[in-house]
Design a protein. Structure first.
Length: 742
């Protein structure tokens, strides 16, 4: 399959909601009523699907999974039962909609999902969505009833927030009580946020003393203005009422959206439940998700350049992309509510209660076309804005470089957020950008380089191989094995390196796939010192399969991201599950989280093959001594030395999922956690700069001025300031100094 398809090594971009997601983020429902419980036994096949694409989609995906997936296994009864459990989690993972009897009615399909897919009739998907929609009506009504009355925050009771620790509700009364407790907790949290805000402003006022100007609203820094003091009621009762009112609006909006799914949604949920049983990175991407995936991998799109989110019944503008069409226009701003959209030559479309994805699709469009947005401003007045679409470049997705000065020496720094690029002619490629930045750093005669691939989830396999070649002489970079056991070595065939000085690769537990190919190869060649935490452990290769091409149609079926190969390091060891272990370990800021490939359901097993012959890099250093010097510095670092204590506090909080609902008990827990976190604070903003930072070719600075009333872009300044205070980067620079001294 590789001969005609682009290979991708990246953590799935279409993230599935974790079990802790808000209940209203459950899958969409198909408008229909609950029927009488169907008879037991296998379902009758076939039946007319809700979307004509479903037959071709389900048959094509079933065939590709069984024939071309790395594991090469059939969708038998065992896989079907696992897929049924996954589907139940997708349908109602929080266990706050479906009753036990609803799940039992659907269980008659559990052994036959594979048969349904091969027949092109996903009856479970449609029956599940019909039941779910009916439950939405029930839950919507009880939520509004519960939030209409003041709540009792005096009873000493608890709510379990981990859905894995509770069983589905057996009765309507049990479901209602589950929602009562959840809503009481959410009200407590909202009231707590208001009171925390009031306390913070009061302390700032007391510290600053009386202000000479009138009209003080109690605001402080810009980042703290998310909840204006003037909007917070004066009494506890009024604050509780405000919290209930806001929650009622929020849930009403979410439930309204759930009632208007796309026709393909039901099939998509079940198909993805099946793909997840093969491995965590095989996903069906409906057309809209495929478009988002392409944007993520390319770093650009055509539209107006605005970040949007669902807020109650509306679509709210969160932020504008500096340099983008809306930013230049100046009429649209954060907090605006979009109420209707009109494209040239078409009718106005009311988007109240419309799903975010659908609104985004209407607003996106080709460069040079105009979209008319009807918006409600924060002060309540309405406007209609005509914005000309343009190419929007998401600069944060691209590599950037800086010079880091410390103790009289200058070092190079490159941040690579992902391996972006693509098959299209002229597509911006990560390896090409790094090649250019390395040239800039060489010209400045830097004493070494830090390549920062923290949080880099991967990207295109070919680009990872090419980028590795920038730092080594010719030789093997990665080995791959397909589902037939055939092996291939992908090599750098160009002699010489673009940079041959001291080098550190900074990684963390979010560095995955293509990042692990790069880090693993440079470690196997002894070319660089790997610093940070053990990486994610994703050692598989995916390809995007155009389903329209597979079935010979133009129905816009979407794509299947299919795992077809496993990759292995030059040493022969797979990064699957094990990841890349750093030469020098630094404290892990998110050590309290259970992360990594091994924590994912149905992760593919680790394996090993023979080493690929290669020539080690000529440079040498004493890893043991470097690690010893680093550990001594870390022990004295004002932030890094606190991380173990901070993780201990946060892990204890994360594991204690039984939350008190009595206000006094909740406030004590909240206060104790804040006190513990304050004592172990790891806020880098409180640190003094350790590095002098000069950016190189900072593409984040727009070349045009913003429209009237739009704030000036300060991303470059914030990036420099954050880098100057980053203790992980500072320690890497210190290690480079140790390498040069030996």
């Amino acid at each position: 399959m590789r001969r005609c398809l682009l290979l991708i090594v990246a953590i799935a971009c279409s993230a599935k909601a974790p079990n802790g997601a808000p209940p209203a983020e459950a899958p969409h429902a198909v408008p229909a009523a609950i029927n009488d419980p169907p008879p037991a036994g296998p379902p009758a096949l076939p039946a007319t699907p809700a979307d004509p694409r479903e037959i071709a989609l389900s048959k094509a995906v079933a065939h590709l999974l069984e024939e071309d997936h790395l594991l090469h296994k059939p969708i038998d009864a065992t896989i079907s039962r696992e897929a049924f459990a996954a589907y139940m989690d997708r349908l109602d993972g929080e266990k706050v909609f479906l009753l036990k009897s609803d799940r039992e009615a659907l269980a008659r399909h559990a052994d036959h999902i594979g048969d349904e897919m091969r027949a092109g009739s996903l009856e479970l998907a449609h029956e599940g969505e019909r039941i779910f929609l009916a439950r939405i009506d029930v839950v919507d009504k009880l939520v509004q009833e519960l939030l209409a009355q003041p709540m009792n925050h005096d009873d000493e009771e608890f709510v379990e927030t981990d859905p894995k620790k509770v069983e589905p509700a057996a009765t309507e009364d049990e479901l209602r009580d589950r929602w009562r407790k959840r809503l009481e907790l959410q009200v407590l949290e909202r009231v707590g946020q208001m009171e925390d805000r009031l306390d913070k402003v009061a302390k700032l006022k007391a510290k600053a003393g009386p202000k000479p100007k009138s009209g003080d609203t109690g605001s402080d820094t810009e980042e703290d203005r998310t909840m204006p003091v003037a909007e917070i009621p004066a009494t506890p009762e009024e604050r509780e009422a405000k919290a209930r009112t806001e929650l009622a609006k929020q849930y009403a909006g979410r439930f309204a959206r759930l009632r208007h799914p796309e026709p393909i949604d039901a099939a998509s949920d079940l198909v993805n439940a099946v793909t997840s049983t093969f491995d965590p990175h095989t996903d069906y991407l409906p057309p809209a998700d495929k478009q988002n995936f392409d944007i993520h991998m390319s770093g650009s799109l055509e539209g107006i350049g605005a970040s949007l989110r669902e807020r109650d019944h509306y679509i709210e503008v969160v932020d504008l992309v500096p340099g983008g069409a809306a930013w230049r226009h100046g009429g649209l701003g954060p907090g605006d509510l979009i109420t209707a959209v009109q494209n040239e030559g078409k009718d106005v479309v009311d988007v109240v209660d419309m799903r975010l994805d659908d609104v985004v699709q209407m607003i996106r469009g080709p460069k040079g076309t105009i979209v008319h947005l009807h918006v409600q401003k924060p002060d309540g007045h309405e406007e209609t804005l005509a914005i000309t679409r343009d190419v929007i470049v998401i600069e944060e997705a691209y590599a950037r470089a800086a010079l880091l000065a410390r103790k009289g020496k200058t070092y190079g720094y490159i941040h690579l957020p992902e391996f972006y690029g693509g098959p299209n002619p002229g597509a911006r490629m990560a390896s090409q950008d790094i090649h250019r930045l390395l040239g800039e750093l060489r010209a400045r005669k830097v004493n070494g380089i830090v390549l920062d691939i923290r949080e880099n989830g991967g990207g295109y396999l070919q680009d990872a191989v090419k980028l590795t070649g920038e730092f080594i002489d010719e030789g093997p970079v990665v080995q791959v094995r397909n589902n037939e056991g055939e092996q291939e070595v992908l090599s750098d065939k160009q002699a010489g390196a673009d940079f041959d000085g001291p080098m550190i690769v900074l990684v963390d537990r979010f560095s995955a796939s293509a990042s692990e190919i790069l880090a693993g190869a440079l470690q196997d060649y002894h070319r660089a010192v790997i610093v940070g935490q053990q990486t994610h452990g994703k050692g598989t290769v995916q390809t995007l399969v155009d389903l329209d091409h597979v079935v010979g149609s133009k129905d816009d079926l979407g794509d299947l991201k299919l795992t077809i190969e496993q990759f292995f390091r030059v040493s022969g060891s797979s990064t699957q599950l094990e990841g890349v272990k750093p030469d020098i370990t630094l404290p892990d800021r998110v050590g309290y989280l259970d992360l990594g490939e091994g924590k994912l359901d149905h992760a593919i097993a680790w394996s090993k093959i023979d080493e690929a012959k290669h020539v080690d890099w000529k440079g040498t250093w004493n890893i043991g001594k470097l690690a010893e010097l680093s550990a001594a510095r870390v022990a004295k670092d004002p932030l890094l030395s606190k991380i173990a204590s901070s993780n201990k506090v946060l892990r204890a909080e994360r594991e204690d999922t039984r939350m008190p609902l009595a206000k006094t008990a909740w406030e004590k827990r909240h206060h104790d956690l804040d006190t513990a976190l304050e004592a172990t604070s790891t806020d880098t903003k409180k640190l003094s700069p350790e590095l002098a930072v000069t950016t190189i070719d900072d593409a984040a600075t727009p070349t045009v001025a913003p429209g009237p009333g739009v704030k000036v872009d300060d991303r470059a300044t914030r990036w420099r300031d954050g880098l100057a205070r980053d203790p992980w980067v500072a320690e890497c620079v210190a290690i480079l100094g140790d390498m040069a001294a030996r």
